[in-house]
Design a protein around this ligand. Sequence first.
Ligand code: ADP
Ligand code: MG
Length: 268
Amino acid sequence: MEIVTICSTKGGVGKTTISYNFGEWLAANGNQVLLIDLDQQCNLSQLYGLESTSNNIGNLFDKLNDEEMSVYHTTSENIDIIPGYKKLHRLIANIETDPHKYFFLFRWFRKNYETVKKYDYVIVDCHPSFDTLVKNAVAVSDVLFCPITPTEHGYDAKFTFMDDFVEYKESEAIDMSTEESYVRAKVYYIGNMVKHNTESSRNFLKIIENNPEVIAVLPNRELFNRSTLEHTPLVKMERSDESKYKRYASTYKEIDAEFKKMLEAFNH
Ligand SMILES: Nc1ncnc2c1ncn2[C@@H]1O[C@H](COP(=O)(O)OP(=O)(O)O)[C@@H](O)[C@H]1O
Ligand SMILES: [Mg+2]
């Protein structure tokens, strides 16, 4: 089992779009995938029509409720999900004084190991922040994918994220007895929404060109918008018989190659 958290302190950089399309791509290629929606906007859950189920991530963070949280099977083959919860921020406010506040998700994984061990990949979609909630995801992760986009501030976000991450790893998530960090995640960046004909994209590509932490670059393609609007991942468009999806063959190929590069992050 590999756990990947898709996070960034910036909104609108493609976290949910990548969680969905990369997750579905892994599933379509024969992997068992568990999606976890940690964003109270519940955009990922909405893609599966599961934005208001009572079995949701809130049960895990709710100290006043011992209702068990279980995984939810979706109608997509090989994909299960733990849906999001719209009032999650209120529950997080309640745990801020708990000494184990960063390890709620960690404990759930340990307790439910028999259930979760069947998954080849767990993908955690986050809200734009590096708060207690995201730190819970980081504490269980093998890998973090941080989307960065070719705007002036988009590239800055890479560095603010790294500062937060290092502080958390080296100062907060420390086992007092061994003085070692609980955080084992490796951080990688995914260039996203990259155009080929704009000045900002050209500059961006130049900057990331020789940076081994940037492991993939996803192009700016209208098809990504379409995939979320139509609740259909690119990999299913590619394999569909519908003529409306046929003309995007070169885009599918292009993205397939980038997703393969993202997969390699687990073997580094
Ligand atoms: N590579 C891409 N090309 C074109 N549009 C994209 C791409 N990635 C994401 N988008 C669009 O950008 C918007 C924000 O994406 P989203 O995944 O919701 O971001 P986040 O989860 O980081 O807030 C959405 O409308 C989405 O369809
Ligand atoms: Mg999102």
